[in-house]
Ligand binder design. Structure first.
Ligand SMILES: Nc1ncnc2c1ncn2[C@@H]1O[C@H](COP(=O)(O)OP(=O)(O)OP(=O)(O)O)[C@@H](O)[C@H]1O
Ligand SMILES: Nc1nc2c(ncn2[C@@H]2O[C@H](COP(=O)(O)O)[C@@H](O)[C@H]2O)c(=O)[nH]1
Length: 247
């Protein structure tokens, strides 16, 4: 997110666990009382939730909307149970299991983090064994990333998301609005609407706008992932963007 701030946003989860020393409410988590979170879950305000290491954690609809509303792709850092719930939902997502290089390394890192009591560490390690096993499930996770060396793990993540520097090009800005000329033709091929415009002064310069309707499904409940569009012009590189839509 630091490298691609206009592309990705973090979904700030709710949790009933106590904040760690440097954690800020509303930034790392929304720290909350169990009774308040349970009521919100009953009121259908959560996309998914799970009991993890003895505390409740969950992704609220609002947490995802805050990110989607500004046209960004939402990143969820959730446990395997949460991944299973999202997988079973109509949301379209890429599921990546980030695995430690070994159980021993995980234990070392957890202890070196020094945030938990011995009892909590033991519980987290027991749960980690189960998660490591479930992380191998190809029906749940699209990719497994081995978090050995942080830099190379991040490079692999960018590669599989098509963000590598020499990979697919991407654009971080897009026009707020598009003005169509008086003369234009509209056609539809599968899930794409094509708007073809010829410039009145210069017929050799044709421009085409492509609206990708396939992205209209799969956003937060009652919303869309945004209507993706790009323009194609003979002399210019394509510009990509997302127009957010409320259904
Ligand atoms: N590639 C890495 N090399 C060295 N240390 C790492 C690496 N990745 C993470 N760590 C360290 O391991 C510790 C645990 O990482 P992190 O806090 O991200 O774990 P987590 O997956 O959120 O675990 P938990 O689910 O228990 O919270 C942290 O202190 C982090 O700095
Ligand atoms: N199902 C969900 N799991 C979540 C969510 N937010 C975090 N998590 C997972 O909980 C554990 C522990 O996190 P920690 O911050 O206490 O170390 C970790 O595996 C997270 O991925 C959530 O909203 N839903």
């Amino acid at each position: 997110m630091e490298e691609f701030p206009s592309m990705f946003g973090f979904s700030v989860s709710h949790t009933t666990r106590a904040p760690r020393e440097k954690e800020q409410d509303g930034v790392h988590y929304h720290f909350t009382e169990r009774s308040i979170m349970e009521k919100a879950i009953n009121d259908m305000k959560f996309l998914e939730f799970a009991s993890v290491h003895g505390n409740l954690y969950g992704t609220s609809v609002e947490a995802v909307e805050v990110v989607a509303d500004v046209g960004k792709r939402c990143i969820l850092d959730i446990d395997v149970q949460g991944a299973r719930s999202v997988r079973a939902s109509p949301l379209e997502a890429i599921f990546i299991f980030v695995s430690p290089p070994s159980f021993e390394e995980l234990e070392q890192r957890l202890r070196a983090r020094g945030t938990e009591t011995e009892e909590q560490d033991q519980k987290r390690l027991r749960n980690a064994r189960i998660e490591l096993d479930q992380g191998k499930s190809p029906s749940l996770f699209d990719h497994v990333l081995i978090n050995d060396d942080l830099e190379s793990c991040y490079a692999k993540l960018k590669e599989l998301l098509g963000l590598a520097k020499d990979g697919i090009s991407f654009h971080t800005s897009f026009p707020e609005s598009v003005e169509l000329p008086r003369v234009h033709a509209i056609s539809k091929i599968k899930q794409k609407v094509l708007i073809s415009c010829s410039q009145e002064q210069d017929e050799s310069s044709n421009k085409m706008f492509v609206l990708d309707l396939s992205t209209l499904k799969g956003g937060a409940l009652g919303r869309t992932r945004g209507l993706r569009f790009h323009s194609i012009e003979s002399s210019k590189a394509p510009t990509n963007g997302i127009i957010n839509m409320l259904l």
